[in-house]
Design a protein around this ligand. Structure first.
Ligand code: ADP
Ligand code: MG
Length: 455
């Protein structure tokens, strides 16, 4: 990248494949004072020494309480709702191909006497059919997605051949099973000690919350015990995990300001064994200011997390888009920083400021802190700009950048409106596959010999 921020050296590189899972670690380990994973949900999954939190219905805006599926949102592609049921335009069930109510293939329609009348195409049927446009022989091949397609070489955005699109059905089904891991095996190695990862970038909309939620779900589905701490007053991570976070729900604010134990506010995430979330309510918006006058204001969260040694394999802290006291608390509590970088024009702008803050926290408050992981998000393979940003980031951060790259994928952005991660919403999609690969890479790095990777 030039000093003025321009890119002029498009290179074509792509994300590499990932090795298969490492040695499994027994999932039988249980932690005293914390719920055993996977067996039961609800209040009984809370730590035994905590007051039960009353779980209320999810936010009522457009959400049907029983299914968690918003009524006013479009149905999933192929007419499936997120639970996989088929539905017609009125919301009712539609017959599934091959079922008794629908013939496996279309039959000729019956004539008045009941005899079959073959449907013959009539030449007059399409009197003004548009002439077929033949591309000129020197036109660029349609598969080159570097530029917007023009003229006769136009390829529809719906054409299911681009890599960002979801893979063919058989492959999709296979990946879905691999990602959902119904057998519950530990296929992502568990670290020897709790890894506290702060997901930070002071730019908004770069994929911090999406990354936190999906990595947490992926690791939990594959046998790791994971806690998500929502440290953004917007509460997006709580929404994405379908954890109640309306006013009155005990939240991370109580831990930071009133020193309430983390276990008293953590909620089990429904449907995902081994995953808990400390939600954020709107109360947290005032915490930045209230923390100023609190004793040890930078290390409130660190203390709260340190009270549960060994309970979790991973603690992910979803930071707000700022470098204020909340983010400083996250940096003091963590050993690792995960920076999601959006593959867009201003991607690296402001990153210096974040790195400077991380260095300051390391010098004065948390000598163990390091930038361990960079994840490229919202990668659009059709643009040369994305390639240029990827190359720039890899040149700058080296092996901290995960090989897995998260593509821009509509299923990823749809999932939160159903209170789900993309891992469960559409486990066969590219978005789910990529987050699965990223999680696997993080897990495998976590059991390798520690390498000093200070920023
Ligand atoms: P942040 O937490 O950094 O503000 P979010 O994770 O909330 O960013 O993401 C911002 C928006 O981008 C959200 O609407 C999210 O659904 C969408 N988004 C994130 N990652 C992807 C992706 N890979 N493909 C498509 N949309 C995405
Ligand atoms: Mg966010």
């Amino acid at each position: 990248m030039h000093d003025d921020g321009r890119y002029d050296d498009p290179r074509v590189t792509g994300p590499g494949g990932r090795p298969s899972a490492a040695d499994p670690v027994s999932r039988e380990t249980t932690y005293p004072g914390w719920p055993a994973g996977g067996e039961s949900r609800g209040p009984s999954t809370r730590p035994p020494d905590c007051d039960p939190v009353v779980r209320r219905d999810p936010p009522s805006v457009g959400v049907e309480p029983t299914s968690g599926v918003p009524r006013n949102l479009p149905m999933a592609r192929d007419g499936r709702d997120p639970s996989g049921r088929a539905a017609d335009a009125t919301g009712g069930p539609v017959p599934v191909r091959g079922s008794a109510s629908v013939p496996a293939r279309l039959e000729p329609s019956a004539g008045p006497s009941g005899t079959a009348v073959p449907q013959q195409p009539t030449p007059q049927a399409v009197p003004d059919a548009a002439p077929v446009v033949v591309p000129p022989s020197d036109a660029p091949p349609a598969a080159d997605y570097g530029d917007e397609p023009t003229g006769s070489t136009y390829v529809s955005r719906e054409t299911p051949t681009r890599e960002e699109d979801d893979p063919p059905l058989a492959m999709e089904a296979m990946r879905a099973v691999q990602i959902l891991n119904p057998s519950g095996e530990v296929t992502m190695p568990r670290p020897a000690r709790t890894r506290v990862m702060c997901v930070a970038n002071q730019k908004g909309g770069v994929g911090k919350t999406t990354t936190t939620v999906n990595l947490a779900v992926a690791l939990a589905l594959h046998g790791n015990r994971v806690l998500v701490v929502d440290l953004d007053p917007q509460g997006n991570a709580s929404t994405g995990l379908n954890v109640p976070h309306h006013t009155g729900v005990p939240d991370v604010y109580d831990c930071l300001i009133d020193s309430v134990p983390l276990g008293d506010v953590a909620q089990a995430v429904e449907g995902i064994p081994n995953l808990w979330c400390v939600p954020a309510t709107i109360d947290l918006a005032g915490a930045e200011i209230e923390l100023v006058s609190v004793v040890a204001r930078e290390s409130r969260l660190a203390r709260a997390i340190a009270a549960y040694p060994g309970h979790f394999d991973y603690v992910f802290i979803d930071c707000p888009p700022s470098l204020g006291l909340l983010t400083v608390n996250a940096l003091v509590a963590a050993q690792e920083v995960l920076i999601p970088i959006q593959c867009e024009y201003y991607a690296l702008e402001g990153l210096n400021q974040l790195i400077n803050n991380i260095n300051l926290v390391r010098q004065h408050l948390n000598p163990k802190l390091e930038v361990s992981t960079i994840l490229l998000t919202m990668y659009d393979r059709r643009t040369r700009l994305a390639d240029a940003v990827e190359q720039d980031v890899r040149n700058h951060f080296g092996d901290k950048v995960l090989q897995a790259v998260i593509p821009r994928n509509v299923r990823v952005s749809e999932a939160p409106s159903y209170g789900q991660s993309v891992m469960t919403y559409d486990p066969g999609s590219r978005g789910a596959t990529s987050y699965f690969e990223a999680a696997q890479e993080i897990a495998e790095r976590g059991v390798m010999e520690p390498v000093s990777r200070n920023a």
